[in-house]
Design a binder for this molecule. Structure first.
Ligand code: G
Ligand code: G
Ligand code: MN
Ligand code: NA
Length: 253
């Protein structure tokens, strides 16, 4: 819990940064968006994995400020890309707890305004668990976020408990097939079958599909043949710091 008190300081002191992982259109290979992933470079402990400190931030009630910080870094970059005539959507992960913060919608709206980024360029990634929560389902938070023009993406899809009727009723725009299924596709028929089923199901509900964890050409080929809309994974690119992403973008145009 010592780390918890250091978190605030870490944000102010620039120890918390973000990297961006490209997401490409499966058919054209054009880059369509990037997923923002938070990093903590601790002066004594080195790189602390996000899974560790996000959990910690949730426990000590500081996930709100951390999310705002990440959103701020992501939208600042997005604005700079816009200034270079690059209209790249940016995805930010929301932890389950964020959805029950009463001022979330207002904070997201303010952040978009502050950076002059249209809502259309922001994607919020939600976990299945968070939208299954009764209080979230019965609230208008998802609809209110959607009304800002941004897109909602269901992350880690296939691992949680969201039902078909929820997918249909909630204002979700896309699903991300969990990497546990995608990683096994080149060696296991079972995983391929799951991926194919998710794609078909999502398309029937009018949703786009992103596959994460694409690590090899065979998987890329299979997913593209199945009609998967977008691809993300180490085969295409690892998460990159801003300057490396810019080089990656330049090298592809
Ligand atoms: O970044 P990495 O590649 O190690 O991600 C590990 C986990 O941490 C993933 O589940 C990812 O969704 C989560 N994660 C990364 N950045 C953020 C963030 O800014 N907010 C939240 N809530 N989760 C994040
Ligand atoms: O939970 P979420 O989907 O937001 O997490 C994204 C996580 O997936 C990050 O930790 C990111 O580094 C990781 N990731 C992205 N692409 C790949 C990949 O091709 N293979 C594996 N094993 N992990 C990946
Ligand atoms: Mn994600
Ligand atoms: Na995921």
């Amino acid at each position: 819990l010592q780390l918890g008190t250091e978190l605030e300081q870490a944000m102010a002191g620039g120890q918390i940064s973000v990297v961006f992982q490209p997401i490409i259109d499966a058919r054209t290979s054009d880059i369509v968006s990037v997923e923002t992933l938070v990093r903590w470079a601790h002066p004594r402990f080195g790189a602390i994995p996000p899974d560790d400190f996000i959990h910690l931030a949730e426990q000590i009630g500081r996930i709100g400020p951390l999310t705002d910080h990440v959103l701020d870094l992501a939208l600042a970059r997005c604005r700079r890309w816009l200034d270079q005539d690059i209209a790249l959507s940016v995805a930010v992960n929301l932890s389950a707890r964020c959805l029950s913060e009463p001022d979330l919608v207002e904070r997201v709206q303010r952040a978009l305004r502050r950076h002059g980024v249209p809502g259309e360029l922001l994607i919020l990634e939600l976990t299945e668990g968070s939208v299954v929560d009764d209080s979230v389902r019965s609230s208008t938070v998802l609809a209110d976020l959607h009304a800002l023009g941004l897109r909602l993406s269901m992350d880690d899809f296939g691992t949680g408990y969201s039902s078909l009727s929820q997918l249909r009723q909630l204002p979700i725009d896309e699903v991300k097939i969990d990497k546990s299924f995608v990683l096994g596709m080149s060696t296991s028929q079972g995983e391929s079958f799951i991926a194919r089923s998710i794609i078909e199901l999502a398309h029937n509900l009018g949703l786009r599909v992103v596959a994460e964890g694409v690590e090899d050409e065979l998987t890329r080929k299979l997913l593209t043949e199945m009609g998967c809309d977008k691809l993300q994974g180490f085969l295409l690119s690892r998460p990159l710091p801003d300057d490396k992403l810019e080089k990656w973008l330049l090298a592809r145009t």
